[in-house]
Design a binder for this molecule. Sequence first.
Ligand SMILES: *Cc1c(COP(=O)(O)O)cnc(C)c1O
Length: 407
Amino acid sequence: MALTRGDAMRLDNADPLADFRERFVIADEHKLYLDGNSLGRLPKATRDRLHRVIDQWGDELVSGWPEWIEAPARTGDALAEVLGASAGEVLVTDSTTVNLYKLVNALLDADPALRTIATDTDNFPTDRYVLEGIARARGLELQIFENADPLNGPQPDDVPEGALVVLSHVGYRSGALADMAALDARATVIWDLSHSAGAVPIDLNARGLRYAVGCTYKYLNAGPGAAGYLYVAQAEQERLRTPIQGWFGQDDQFAMERPYAPAAGIARFMAGTPPILVLAAVEEGVRVTAEAGIEALRAKSIAQSELLIALHDEWLAPLGFTLGSPRDPQRRGSHVSLNHPDAWPICRALIERADVIPDFRGPDSVRLGIAPLYTRFVDVWDAIDRLRDLVARGVHREVDQTRSRVT
Ligand SMILES: *Cc1c(COP(=O)(O)O)cnc(C)c1O
């Protein structure tokens, strides 16, 4: 029999990370926010820090730069710890999309033998679009391959050998967790960590991974549109050059007459002036994640997603739901997709009638994200209870079924 609400409350009482929830702004306790994998909550420390940086701008004006100019490297080094990388290997800059563009082009320039670029049909759209544009501009072959087992994501046999491949560590729809070391042995892989960083251990160095990009506004809680990041293993940095040569990636930035020469190390991937307000928000989001510890976050995330799936099996499967994520927690990231033919109106009804925030991912998924820094066991229990009640009563048939621009 599934756990009772009292059991869920007992799990919260025993949760070593329970106090972290108080570090976040929670405007409405009744609203169950299961979309931290799309946009994380606002840490209270970030609100205070941003006020301080804004005041610093007002007070110091251009004299603030000697301190601000250290922010990209400092923030990258802090993030490197969460990703299992070394200092000097991670740069917080630009968006994930732009970082991917820079890294793919840099690798193709450095290795003319790479003639094929590839990704899987289930990868996040922006990754596919970037590759399409680069293939067109450079006259290369682009392979968008099917995964033999879409639920479990890309496996080594799916990947074209010897290609430059872009893969997500955690699939944005199914939540499948890729076996990074096995896939990396098969091809040159750029890993997109957007759906895993902050919730799943990544261990870039320990796994011998060389290239990655990702975003900071999901489990890292850095705010809407916050800068993304780029990781290049130390040994690969000096042979790569960014296709966007800007003055912040220049060797001696303030010797302005000199022609462009790439800066030493990861800084060469910078383009223009870094967004100082955004970097402050990234630094705070990363700090609270590092303090909780990625292993503890992962353990809680697994316990909560196991609860969610147990409740699905007992209450939702009889209502026509099927599990759209791997059942084995070792093969799953920190969100769970529940599939149903009426997923779209069910998502609308959850938001409008039940105060539960999921997201809809086409064609038929209700995606529920677990952000272990602030999601409670009782939130998971209540969300599935409200979902069961709503579908059992047919409430989703009463909502406006017109689709909006943002899903
Ligand atoms: C969220 C996400 C992105 C976001 O890219 P932006 O450039 O920040 O918009 C990219 N890739 C994946 C896999 C994502 O989940």
